[in-house]
Design a protein around this ligand. Structure first.
Ligand code: FES
Length: 72
């Protein structure tokens, strides 16, 4: 879904930015332009950024693979 209409930034774009190391709204704005114009998207962008950061991988709908069990 589009989060920022001014800069055409989607939630997937935000997750991708997080995968690339973005962790703050300032970094997100610098990298994607999100929230750098009218600012109406700021609250939603911050929520998506928080979710993406919490997921760690920054990937939508992709669960982390469990590590292989140790063999004795
Ligand atoms: S909707 Fe994001 S800056 Fe306007």
């Amino acid at each position: 879904m589009y989060v920022c209409l001014c800069k055409a930034v989607t939630d997937a774009d935000i997750h991708e930015a997080v995968s690339g190391g973005v962790r703050t709204m300032r970094q997100l704005a610098r990298q994607t332009g999100c929230s750098s114009n009218c600012g109406r998207c700021a609250v939603t962008a911050a929520e998506v950024l928080g979710q993406a950061t919490a997921q760690g991988s920054g990937q939508l709908g992709v669960a982390r693979q469990p590590s292989e069990p140790e063999r004795a």
